[in-house]
Design a protein around this ligand. Structure first.
Ligand code: NAD
Length: 472
């Protein structure tokens, strides 16, 4: 299979798709290694995971270099690799105490004479199917707590961004006791993975998430889905408009808007709308694309080639239905890459695709509201429920409004914090996901199956207890 370079547009990388037989043999190898891994206990596993993090840190320049070709961005690639190592260290430090906090005392059952001894065991083989927008972080975000729980892990990165896997396999070779493997390819490899594993975590689009959930249902395995979003930000009349403009812009355009938790709809109170929009446009116009110099500027190219056309279609549809473009608005083809400067849209309506569908680009549609109740209703008028944000004059006001938004994670007095705060438990709502939170304690605990050892301390029950006419 070939992969396209998002800066040059050239298919300059070739990789071997993992065959069905290879997937089965990798799964069998991992299954064979898993009992010893689980038997090491949380402290033993944590020690190995700390070494894994250290080897990643030592190899960070080569991983980040490959990742920056995959994604067309340098700074974010370095941040991703550091973040991945930090995630491993965080879970390794946390897991032993989490295991120790699990109820282990013998419980007296309400059935007379019976005691219950709780026990826990990990799903043997965990699988992850991953997207292209943050390839390193999202290929490990669920695998790391799964490994710490005692599972073996089979990971399928996106076929759009495969280059980082080569240096990661070199890292893995230095930690041979870690039961983790990568398999490569497109949808059919994802489908094959689901047939091999005992638990699947999927991060990607809502459309593919539905297919993964259906396939997991056929296998009768749990599926955790982390899907798309159309995250709203409400800015109230008491917020400082200049500050709000800075927060709104950053929350919408980091990584060229190719982030699930990007702010994709802005609702601003009429009282401050004018200075807010003026500052937003001024800030947006100061943002540079990373072309021609990849080491300067803020916004890199779109990673996935059809993405630029999809984002442009949202902008064109909005314009055709009466939206005004206050900045940006036109994708640029430069040196084989596709770029878009921050695009601010005013006079948007709910008939426009840009207000209903995930755009996944640096586009900020701004709606002015008069009544906060109306703003809350509009923010909740979406099929998605990933995250949201509120900017106000005080934390109390922001919290009051935020608690009424139908989403898993609500940033207050900032925006799009979901991915930056790795231990804020949140469960996505509506079409944005399914299953327990990947963040917070459930990130690990979801991979443990509770078992009960039911101890009969009285007389074992005989068939006579069920004899017709028997008296109790
Ligand atoms: P995608 O759904 O196109 O692909 C994701 C993965 O699924 C890829 O590895 C792909 O090969 C695989 N796949 C495709 N069809 C499959 C099938 N039928 N069975 C099994 N696997 C299959 O998503 P994408 O375009 O790579 O990623 C962007 C999307 O991911 C956006 O919608 C974004 O919002 C979402 N996302 C969500 C989160 C979150 O935490 N909620 C985080 C990042 C990205």
């Amino acid at each position: 299979m070939k992969a396209r370079n998002p800066r040059t547009g050239e298919e300059d990388y070739e990789f071997a798709v993992t065959s069905r037989e290879e997937i089965a043999s990798e799964a069998a190898r991992l299954r064979a290694a898993q009992p010893a891994w689980e038997a090491m206990g949380p402290e033993g596993r944590a020690a190995v995971m700390m070494r894994f993090a250290a080897v990643i840190e030592a190899a960070a320049p080569s991983i980040a270099a490959a990742l920056s070709v995959d994604t067309g961005r340098q700074a974010v690639s370095r941040i991703e690799v550091q973040g991945c190592a930090g995630n491993i260290r965080g879970w390794a430090a946390k897991a032993p105490a989490l295991f120790a906090s699990l109820p282990s005392e013998v419980e007296q059952s309400f059935t007379p004479g019976v005691e219950i001894v709780p026990a826990y065991s990990a799903y043997p083989l965990f699988g992850a199917i991953c997207p292209w927008n943050f390839p390193v972080i999202l290929s490990h975000i669920d695998a790391v707590p799964a490994l710490m729980a005692g599972c073996a892990a089979l990971v399928k990165p996106s076929e759009i961004t495969p280059r980082f896997v080569e240096p990661m396999r070199e890292v893995l070779a230095q930690v041979p006791e870690l039961p983790l493997a990568y398999i490569m390819g497109g949808p059919e490899v994802g489908q094959a993975l689901i047939e091999e594993v005992d638990y699947v975590c999927f991060t990607g689009s809502t459309a593919t998430g539905r297919k993964v959930a259906e396939a997991a249902a056929r296998q009768l395995i749990p599926a955790n889905l982390e899907l798309g979003g159309k995250d709203p930000m409400i800015i109230t009349a008491s917020a400082d408009p200049e500050w709000a403009a800075g927060v709104a812009l950053r929350s919408s355009i980091v990584a060229t808007g190719q982030a699930c938790q990007s702010i994709e709809r802005i609702y601003v109170a009429r009282d401050i709308a004018e200075p807010f929009l003026a500052k937003l446009v001024e800030n947006a116009q100061a943002v540079e694309i990373t072309y021609p110099d990849p080491s300067s500027g803020h916004l890199g190219p779109f990673i996935f080639s059809p993405q630029g056309a999809k984002v442009q279609a949202h902008i064109d549809d909005a314009k055709a239905k009466g939206a005004r473009v206050l900045s940006g608005g036109q994708i640029e083809e430069l040196g084989g890459g596709t770029y878009l400067r921050p695009t601010i849209l005013a006079d948007v309506t709910t008939e426009m695709a840009v207000m209903r569908e995930e755009t996944f680009g640096p586009v900020l549609p701004v709606t002015i509201f008069d009544d906060i109740e109306d703003a809350i209703a509009q923010a909740n008028d979406t099929e998605y429920g990933l995250s949201a944000a509120v900017l106000a004059g005080s934390m109390e006001e922001a919290a009051r409004i935020g608690s009424r938004l139908e989403a898993g994670a609500i940033s207050l007095q900032d925006g799009a914090m979901t991915s930056m705060v790795g231990d804020a438990a949140n469960e996505s709502r509506k079409a944005s996901g399914l299953g327990p939170s990947r963040m917070g304690n459930s990130g690990l605990l979801r991979f443990l199956r509770r078992q009960s050892l039911i101890q009969q301390t009285g007389q074992a029950i005989t068939i006579d207890a069920y004899a017709e006419g028997a008296r109790g």
